[in-house]
Design a protein around this ligand. Structure first.
Ligand code: ADP
Ligand code: ZN
Length: 520
C-alpha cells in the first residue's frame, strides 16, 4: 500500500480526537502511528497500559483496507472488539467462539471492516490465506509478539506461521506489539516477523510510583498481613498453586478481618467471575490468585501486588507488579521468596526439551540477579528491558535501606565441601547440623560426626548459613536432587577451589530471628 498523502500526523491527530476523543498521543504512540502510516514495519515495545491498541486501531480507521490483528486470547479479542465498536470502528473477530463467521467474511470481502481480529492458528490455514487475498489489506498487527520467540517467556509455535502468511502480502506493513521483550527476545521477534533493524520503538518501562521490595519469606501470612496494615486499599497476592491460594486467602481473612477472596482456574467459572467483579468494584479487597488472574483486568487503583514465591521471569514479575498503581498513585510491589522457589524452578528445567533449557536457565539466572541484588531494583529491571536508568531510584527497598553485603567465600567453601563430603544427598537442615557440630542422632548414624567438615562453622557464621544456602540455590550453585537433597551445580567447584568470590546480602535481623519457622 502506498503511503498516505498530505501530512499524516495532522490527520492522525484529527482522527485521534474525532474517533477516540483523546487530546493527544501518549508516550511514543505518535512515533509508532507515524511509521505505520508511512508503510514501515515496526516492533513497538510498550508497557501494559501504555496504549498499544491505539497504534493500530487509529491507522486502521485512517487507511484504506482492513487491518488484520493477530491476538492469542479469545477473551482479550472480545474485549478489544467491544471497545473498538464503542468508538464506532468497524471491527469483527473470527474465532472458534464466534457464530457469525458468514457475516464477518462477507463484510470483510465487501471491504467493510477496519479491523479483523484472528487467532494465530488461522495463519496456517490455506482458506484464510485465500480469503485475505480477496480484499485490500492495510496492516498486519501482531499482538503479544514475544510469543513468536523461543527466548520469550510465552513461546507459541503457531506464531511461526505468521511470517509465511505476511510474506505472501509483501506490500502490507507489519506492526508487532509486546509489553515484554528483553534485548534478545526483541531481536528475535524482529527477525522472525521481518521487521527491519531500524523499526524498533521502545517506550519507557519505568513505573516510578511503584515501590519495589524483595524479601526472604519466613511467615507469609504474617508478612502479608503486615503489608496490608501498612498499605490500605485493594491488593493482589500471587501464590503459586491453587492449594496455596485457598490456604492463604483463608488465613489472611482470619488474620486481618479484611475481605480476602481466592481466584484460580480450579474454581467454578461463576465464582471466579463473581470474585473478579467484586474486586474490580471494591476499594479495599485483597484477592489471592494464581497468575491466571489479572490479564485484561482494568482496575487502576490496585495499591499493592505481593508475590509469595518467585514469578517465572523478570518479564512475568514486571507484568504482574505492573498491575499496581495504574492511576499513578504510590503503590507497593513486594516479593517474598524462598530457596525452595528456585530449587523447584531449576528442577523443572530438567523436564524441558534440551533445546529450551538454556533460554529458561538464563531467565531464571536473570530473576535470581534481581532477587539477590544489593543495588537498585528499578535499575536492574529497566536495564533488563534495554534502558539506561540512573544507578539509584530512591523508591525501592535497596535504595531506601541499603543492605549490608558480606564476603562469605570461606563459609561457602565449607558449606559446599559439606555437601560433597556427605554424598550430595542432604538438605540444608542436615548440612547445618553437620557444619555447626550439632549433637544429632541422624548425624551420628550416618557417621557425619567423623567427617572433616563436622563442627567447622562457629559463632556469627552459623547464622549466615541459611541465607548463604538460599543465595547459592538462587544462583544455581546448589541444585536440588530428586530426593530433596542438595548437590553441587553451577560454579560450586570453582568456589570450593577458591577460584570464585561469594558475597551475599546480610538479611535484616528480624528475618534471622524467625529462622526455623514455617517457610510454606
Ligand atoms: P496496552 O494494550 O498497551 O496495555 P491499551 O491499548 O489497553 O494498553 O490502553 C490502555 C488505556 O489507555 C485504554 O483505556 C486506552 O483507552 C487509553 N489510551 C490509549 N491511548 C491514549 C491516549 N492517547 N490518550 C488517553 N488515553 C489513551
Ligand atoms: Zn532503587
Amino acid at each position: 500500500m502506498p503511503p498516505l498523502d498530505g501530512d499524516n500526523l495532522d490527520r492522525a491527530r484529527e482522527a485521534l480526537r474525532s474517533t477516540f476523543g483523546f487530546d493527544g498521543f501518549r508516550g511514543r504512540q505518535e512515533d509508532v502511528v507515524e511509521r505505520v502510516l508511512d508503510g514501515k514495519s515496526t516492533l513497538a515495545v510498550m508497557p501494559t497500559g501504555a496504549g498499544k491498541s491505539l497504534t493500530y486501531q487509529l491507522p486502521a480507521v485512517m487507511m484504506p483496507g482492513t487491518c488484520i490483528v493477530i491476538s492469542p486470547l479469545i477473551a482479550l479479542m472480545h474485549d478489544q472488539l467491544r471497545s473498538a465498536r464503542a468508538n464506532g470502528i468497524r471491527a469483527a473477530t473470527l474465532t472458534s467462539a464466534d457464530a457469525d463467521w458468514r457475516e464477518t467474511q462477507d463484510a470483510f470481502r465487501a471491504g467493510e471492516l477496519d479491523l479483523l481480529y484472528v487467532a494465530p492458528e488461522r495463519a496456517s490455514q490455506q482458506g484464510f490465506r485465500d480469503m485475505l487475498g480477496a480484499t485490500p489489506l492495510a496492516l498486519f498487527a501482531v499482538d503479544e509478539a514475544h510469543c513468536v520467540s523461543e527466548w520469550g517467556h510465552d513461546f507459541r509455535p503457531d506464531y511461526r506461521q505468521l511470517r509465511p502468511l505476511m510474506d505472501a502480502f509483501p506490500d502490507v506493513p507489519r506492526l508487532a506489539l509486546t509489553a515484554t521483550a528483553d534485548r534478545q527476545t526483541r531481536a528475535d521477534v524482529m527477525t522472525q516477523l521481518g521487521v527491519p533493524e531500524d523499526g524498533l520503538v521502545l517506550a519507557g518501562f519505568d513505573r516510578p510510583n511503584i515501590r519495589y521490595a524483595i524479601t526472604p519469606r519466613d511467615n507469609p501470612v504474617r508478612q502479608i498481613a503486615d503489608l496490608m496494615a501498612r498499605q490500605p486499599g485493594p491488593g493482589i497476592v500471587y501464590a503459586q498453586t491453587r492449594r496455596k491460594v485457598e490456604e492463604l486467602a483463608e488465613k489472611l481473612a482470619a488474620a486481618t478481618g479484611r475481605s480476602v477472596r481466592p481466584y484460580h482456574a480450579g474454581l467454578p467459572a461463576e465464582t471466579r467471575a463473581a470474585n473478579q467483579a467484586a474486586f474490580v468494584e471494591s476499594e479495599d479487597m485483597v484477592i489471592v490468585a494464581t497468575i491466571a488472574f489479572g490479564m485484561g483486568i482494568d482496575k487502576p487503583d490496585v495499591r499493592f501486588v505481593a508475590h509469595v514465591g518467585v514469578p517465572k521471569s523478570i518479564e512475568g514479575y514486571y507484568q504482574e507488579t505492573g498491575r499496581a498503581g495504574r492511576d499513578g498513585d504510590p503503590s507497593l510491589a513486594t516479593m517474598f521468596w524462598g530457596a525452595a522457589d528456585f530449587a523447584t524452578a531449576r528442577q523443572r528445567l530438567m523436564e524441558l526439551p534440551e533445546g529450551r533449557r538454556s533460554a529458561e536457565r538464563a531467565r531464571l539466572d536473570a530473576l535470581a540477579g534481581l532477587v539477590e541484588t544489593p543495588h537498585c531494583r528499578r535499575a536492574v529491571l529497566l536495564r533488563h528491558f534495554g534502558e539506561d536508568p540512573d544507578e539509584t531510584c530512591g523508591n525501592c527497598d535497596n535504595c531506601l535501606d541499603p543492605p549490608k553485603v558480606t564476603d562469605t567465600t570461606e563459609l561457602a567453601r565449607k558449606l559446599l565441601s559439606a555437601v560433597y563430603r556427605t554424598g550430595q544427598s542432604f538438605g540444608m537442615g542436615h548440612l547445618q547440623k553437620v557444619l555447626v557440630g550439632a549433637e544429632d542422632e541422624r548425624v551420628r548414624q550416618r557417621g557425619h560426626d567423623r567427617l572433616s567438615v563436622f563442627g567447622i562453622v562457629e559463632g556469627e557464621d552459623a547464622s549466615l548459613l541459611q541465607p548463604l544456602g538460599r543465595a547459592l540455590q538462587a544462583r544455581g550453585d546448589l541444585v536440588p536432587t530428586e530426593h530433596g537433597g542438595l548437590s553441587l551445580g553451577g560454579a560450586a567447584r570453582e568456589i570450593i577451589k577458591g577460584e570464585r568470590k561469594v558475597e551475599i546480602i546480610v538479611p535484616p535481623k528480624r528475618a534471622r530471628r524467625r529462622r526455623g519457622e514455617s517457610t510454606a
